[in-house]
Design a binder for this molecule. Structure first.
Ligand code: NAP
Length: 281
């Protein structure tokens, strides 16, 4: 099974390469395959002859996309369309990563894979467009939505919170956005189990939600991270209105991992256990 990981240098891409040690895996950086250069995608993939393509690449600059949506659309939608067409041409399975932000967050319960999306901002709209292009263009596909991803490497929420706490001892974190923060390693482990089953047709394609279990606000998540890491800092809970970020975000974007369970796969551990394991790692 040759697996090509697009966005192989990102948080999830790196963890996925680590989780697939026995597979014939090719990880592509942006320099090796730039999704915003759509015509370059098909020849690059054809040369690699993958049986599976995992698209872990994205333009994740949520706030920047509000001012200028074009770069996010180029990578998260148009580049994804090129990837989907290339997968159709080579009969490869496309596993495309997406986000809890496709939902508007107004639900009073966790979102299942069948709930209708309603993205609030430009980044989220570009990701939903990418999902729809995958569904329309890649006959063999899975769309895997994750949330609040963090991993080693400095750019994730946990590392940023710890760095800021150590530097200034004061933080302001929103308490009115609730999600299921998820260690990229746990998604990678679950994907490594699911991929061969998807390839074999032993698990169905379509949409999967894949997050650590449970839910919390970003404020609770930050408090827990500091407590587990033994870092002393003052955290002020603030509202999204006080933060006034350019992009609107869902107030409640917890994903029910319904299809993963229905496929007989084990649930991902709780966000607290995952965070403790991440900090101990
Ligand atoms: N981070 C989150 O909290 C979060 C939440 C929900 C969903 N997701 C989704 O989960 C997936 C993985 O996210 P992540 O956190 O692992 O992302 P990440 O750490 O920001 O990594 C993004 C990856 O995409 C690559 N990339 C960016 N622009 C590209 C382009 N034009 N062409 C090709 N590659 C490009 C980057 O390459 P370079 O390193 O070379 O720039 C990097 O490898 C994405 O689909 C994302 O939308 C993430």
């Amino acid at each position: 099974m040759r697996v090509v990981v697009v966005g192989g240098t990102g948080q999830l891409g790196r963890e996925l390469v680590r989780a697939l040690p026995g597979a014939d895996t090719v990880a592509l950086s942006r320099a090796q395959l730039d999704l915003s250069n759509a015509p370059a995608v098909a020849p690059r993939l054809a040369a690699l002859a993958p049986s599976v393509v995992v698209n872990a690449a994205a333009d994740n600059r949520v706030d920047a996309a509000e001012h200028d949506p074009a770069p996010a659309l180029a990578v998260n939608a148009l580049g994804v369309a090129a990837l989907a067409e290339a997968c159709r041409a080579t009969d490869a399975l496309l596993v495309h990563m997406s986000t809890d932000y496709v939902f508007d967050g107004r639900a009073a319960r966790s979102y299942t894979e069948d709930d209708p999306p309603n993205p609030l901002g430009a980044y989220a709209r570009s990701k939903l467009e990418g999902e729809r292009l995958v569904q329309a263009l890649a006959p063999r596909h899975a769309v895997v939505r994750v949330a609040g991803l963090y991993a080693a490497g400095g750019s994730g929420f946990v590392d940023r919170v710890l760095a800021r706490a150590r530097a200034s001892r004061r933080l302001r974190v929103v308490h009115d956005q609730v999600t299921a923060p998820t260690w990229a390693r746990d998604v990678a482990t679950a994907l490594a189990r699911l991929l061969p089953r998807l390839v074999a047709g032993d698990a169905p394609g379509g949409i999967y939600h894949m997050t650590n279990a449970g839910a919390c606000s970003w404020y609770e998540f930050a408090c827990t991270a500091l407590a587990l890491a033994g870092v002393d800092a003052e955290i002020e809970p603030i509202t999204s209105a006080e933060l006034a970020a350019p992009a609107p975000r869902p107030a409640y974007s917890v994903l029910a991992n319904t299809r993963l369970a229905a496929s007989g796969e084990p649930p991902l551990r709780s966000w607290r256990d995952a965070l403790a394991a991440y900090l101990a790692d």
